[in-house]
Ligand binder design. Sequence first.
Ligand SMILES: [Zn+2]
Length: 144
Amino acid sequence: MTTSASGFDLTPLSDEERQARAASLSAEERHVILNQGTERPFCGQFYDHQQSGTYHCRLCTLPLFQAAAKFDSGSGWPSFFQPIDPDHIRYLEDRSHGMLRTEIRCRRCDGHLGHVFADGPPPSGQRYCLNSLSLSFIPDETTW
Ligand SMILES: [Zn+2]
């Protein structure tokens, strides 16, 4: 089993499990998460979302970002200056659309999250630009 520094199981999903989870997604979510789509800015569920809590991968529920790391980038997409654990993110070079960008994916299920840019606020200087459709949110006051 592969475990991240913060103690989460990073063992990749099997194809069967990934398909089973993807079956419960909407067509829009499938487009973004499985086909590297991008939702329209200022339309997502979370770009202007202020509540304290944790943002998880929509497909496999791995925790990815804390609300405390969220900031208003003005881009119209939810933006974070750091992930919960750098091990939870996979980074890929993306040369689509005539640009060189860094795509970010969930380390466990390989679901597309968005891109990361080097124009974020201090101290990290990073801007993790997310699709709301790639995330699910669990508020802090949730009791299990
Ligand atoms: Zn995932």
